[in-house]
Ligand binder design. Structure first.
Ligand code: BJW
Ligand code: ZN
Length: 257
């Protein structure tokens, strides 16, 4: 059910206090909208999303990196600099504070930034990798992330070479067609199957397998909540759709618990 007006939101949020306080395990599942209010662009928002200006096939696939490593590396270094300048927003901070109040709260994020960790949340699983963990595209050895340097938007930058085998170093993210890291996928499905409350924040629910996790949680009996200012294709799956942004709604949930 959708809760959009001020009165609807107030009543929905207060009715979540009891199940949250009672829950043995709460999972918060986040997407790009979680970091939007920190100034990190989303992917699919019509005007500001990265995919409104760039073609994912040219930048977020292993084939794109093989074709033009400098274009892909430069694009990710430009985004890494944006993330380094960004600060956790009120939503990230509310999740970290909620984790202090509740016995067991975990975060599963699709985001490649570290804003949950910088807000103080400790229990975070990254499904789609992490910008600060580049690795060799040949032998998979982890490489040290370079110092942050200015890369103009769209400017190419040559990737470093692997210290072990000399192969090209690639961004530490999961591209289309690549498998989610095994340990992350296993933990995410395990938490989905065993949590009591599942809160999805700021994802369009269009990228699989991540997008099926909320349904797994619901199938195993969790109460499911979505926080998003827009509708998503998966609205119908949730017990509560709270219409608003991460930085607006999450601090209100924290106050209610
Ligand atoms: C706010 C807000 C505010 C705004 N507050 N909200 C089944 C069917 C069809 C296809 C597939 C399928 N299973 C797999 C596939 C293929 C593919 C896929 O899903 N394609 C679909 C697009 C159709 N999936 C894959 O390829 C995955 N791999 C895989 O399946 O491997 C199989 C395999 C197994 C074994 C061996 C080999 C292979 C991998 C997917 C990797 C996704 N990678 C990216 C890029 C990461 C690196 C990078 O950062 O560049 O991950 S794509 C991009 O999308 C990124 C995101 O994590 C991901 C999800 O996006 P997200 O977070 O939902 O963002 P947006 O922009 O879409 O939405 C933002 C939302 O926020 C909106 O709803 C706004 O309204 C909202 N919002 N402001 C709260 N302030
Ligand atoms: Zn190597």
């Amino acid at each position: 059910m959708r809760y959009a007006t001020e009165a609807e939101l107030t009543s929905a949020i207060s009715s979540l206090a009891e199940p949250l306080s009672r829950a043995r395990h709460v999972v918060v599942f986040t997407g790009a909208g979680m970091s939007a209010e920190s100034g990190v662009p989303t992917f699919r928002d019509a005007l500001s999303g990265l995919w409104s200006r760039y073609n994912p096939e040219d930048l977020a696939t292993p084939e794109a990196f093989a074709q033009d490593p400098a274009l892909v590396w430069g694009w990710y270094e430009w985004r890494r600099a944006i993330v380094h300048q960004a600060r956790p927003n009120a939503g990230h901070i509310a999740i970290a504070a909620l984790a202090q109040k509740l016995p067991n709260l975990s975060v599963i994020t699709q985001n490649v930034d570290d804003l949950h960790e910088r807000a103080g949340t400790e229990n975070v699983v990254h499904l789609h990798g992490y910008l600060d963990a580049p690795r060799c595209s040949v032998c998979q050895e982890l490489a040290p992330p370079p110092e942050i340097y200015e890369v103009g938007e769209g400017a190419p930058a040559d990737p470093p070479s692997c210290g072990k085998c000399g192969g090209l170093v690639r961004p530490g993210v999961v591209w289309f067609g690549e498998a989610i890291p095994e340990a992350a996928v296993k933990t995410a499905y395990d938490w989905a199957a065993h949590c009591d409350v599942w809160i999805t924040v700021g994802t369009s629910g269009k990228v699989y397998p991540a997008a099926e996790l909320p349904q797994v949680a619901q199938g195993f009996g969790a109460l499911t909540v979505q926080i998003n200012p827009e509708s998503t294709p998966l609205d119908y799956q949730y017990d509560y759709c709270l219409v608003g942004t991460a930085a607006e709604i999450l601090p209100r949930i924290l106050l209610a618990v």
